[in-house]
Design a protein around this ligand. Structure first.
Ligand SMILES: Cc1cc2nc3c(=O)[nH]c(=O)nc-3n(C[C@H](O)[C@H](O)[C@H](O)COP(=O)(O)OP(=O)(O)OC[C@H]3O[C@@H](n4cnc5c(N)ncnc54)[C@H](O)[C@@H]3O)c2cc1C
Length: 381
């Protein structure tokens, strides 16, 4: 049997693939499945708009996953009956003043060196697409292929699809120890119960590093990175926004973004804070989000607040996911997805499941294995 530790989007998606292949699999989830970082996420599938210097290695994997999402969403709908609210209007990144505009031009040039398919818009053209954007918007970049889903619906759909395929989900069961004998994983311990497994997948998000029993050499370098979010409620039938919109990225505070959902919620995120496992909301965090959001989209002033929350991104040392086998036989990673875990769910599920089912390490997964952190610097350069 396969055991998966953690019932977030990664654990559920891998479990679904394994169960659908007819293999016995159990997901052990300490709380309620889908209530970790997956619950907190904005659901953006934005490999282009979020491309960063020093993360070029991640771009092909992120682009591949983004391209797979529409099919993944269709497959989930067929398997679960749940629509994940896949939206393909695209993403707009706006500049508000001259400094922003210069910064955006610089990013646009950089994006072009990466061969990304983006369009430069004047402020007027940006407002033609999104009439409620502030008059101060002077320029924008439009990415037609950066889409979005509702991450909470995606988790619900995955849970239903996984169960329908015959997977076992045990919620409220924390894994207290990974059991290893010699250099091979033998199972896990949850309380007094030992559960034998031929392979154990660590999909425990921000908590992945701290699970007792993982040998030091196979401990994933993952830490929590807190993000506070706000949801406002848009007028029914008259949403203030249709695209995902990113604010300017120049200031020291993180770039604000908007993700409008079909149920009328307008998600605004997100802070980026090194606060350990703290998930408290702060006046300063929410104030900064709203202040920046108001500058780009003044119409939010009138909108009722629907919800506020914070979640923990599972950030790895190099911000890329940690996937596949480790130096311990049968111990497999699916963690460290940082701010891209929703985007990367389809490739994570397919590549990790393929390894578990056939022993095949896909070429696209190899650069993201745990051993990249152990290799000498010359070898990885
Ligand atoms: C504010 C915010 C906004 C984000 N926006 C986006 C976005 O727009 N697009 C995007 O792609 N990504 C986004 N992300 C990132 C994304 O949410 C994560 O990368 C993704 O959800 C990680 O999924 P996961 O399954 O690895 O982890 P999680 O969803 O955190 O699931 C891990 C699960 O493991 C369980 N667990 C932990 N320890 C144990 C144990 N010992 N035993 C049993 N169970 C255990 C936890 O309870 C949890 O349910 C965002 C994250 C945040 C915080």
């Amino acid at each position: 049997m396969f055991v998966i530790v953690g019932g977030g989007i990664c654990g559920l998606a891998i479990g679904w693939r394994l169960a659908a292949a007819g293999r016995p699999v159990t997901v052990l989830e300490r709380g309620e499945a889908g209530r970790g970082a997956t619950w907190a996420a904005a659901g953006m599938l934005a490999p282009q708009a979020e491309a960063e210097h020093a993360e070029e290695a991640l771009l092909p994997l992120a682009m591949e996953s983004c391209a797979r999402w529409r099919g993944f969403a269709d497959e989930l709908l067929a398997a679960s009956g749940i629509d994940v609210d896949y939206r393909d209007e695209g993403t707009i990144v706006v500049a508000l003043d001259r400094d922003d505009r210069e910064h955006l031009e610089h990013r646009f040039d950089y994006f072009r060196t990466l061969g990304l398919d983006l369009e430069w818009l004047s402020g007027y053209e940006a407002r033609q697409r999104e009439p409620c954007l502030a008059r101060a918007v002077t320029a924008a970049i439009y990415s037609a292929s950066d889409h979005q889903v509702d991450s909470r619906r995606a988790a619900a759909a995955l849970k239903a699809a996984y169960l329908a395929a015959g997977g076992i989900l045990r919620e409220g069961v924390a894994v207290d120890e990974i059991l290893v004998s010699g250099n091979r994983v033998t199972g896990v311990r949850a309380g007094d119960e030992e559960i034998a497994a031929e392979a154990v997948v660590i999909a425990a998000g921000a908590w992945s590093r701290n699970i007792p029993g993982i040998p030091e050499a196979a401990r994933p370098p993952v830490r929590p990175l807190k993000g506070q979010m706000i949801a406002l409620r848009m007028e029914t039938g008259n949403p203030i926004l249709r695209h995902v919109v990113w604010g300017p990225g120049l200031s020291l505070v993180p770039q604000v973004y908007f993700a409008p959902k079909s149920d009328g919620r307008l998600l605004i995120g997100a802070t980026v804070e090194e606060m350990g496992f703290d998930t408290g909301l702060t006046g300063g965090g929410l104030f900064e989000l709203l202040r920046q959001a108001y500058e780009a989209l003044p119409g939010i002033y009138e909108l009722p607040v629907d919800e506020t929350w914070a979640g923990l991104r599972p950030a790895s040392r190099d911000d890329a996911p940690i996937l596949g086998p480790t130096s311990v036989d049968g111990l497999v990673m699916a963690t460290g997805h940082h701010r891209n875990g929703i985007l990367l769910a389809p490739v994570t599920a397919d590549y990790v499941a393929r390894y578990l089912l056939d022993g095949e390490v896909a070429a696209a997964m190899r650069p993201f294995m745990l051993d990249r952190f152990r290799r000498p610097v010359e070898a990885t350069a």
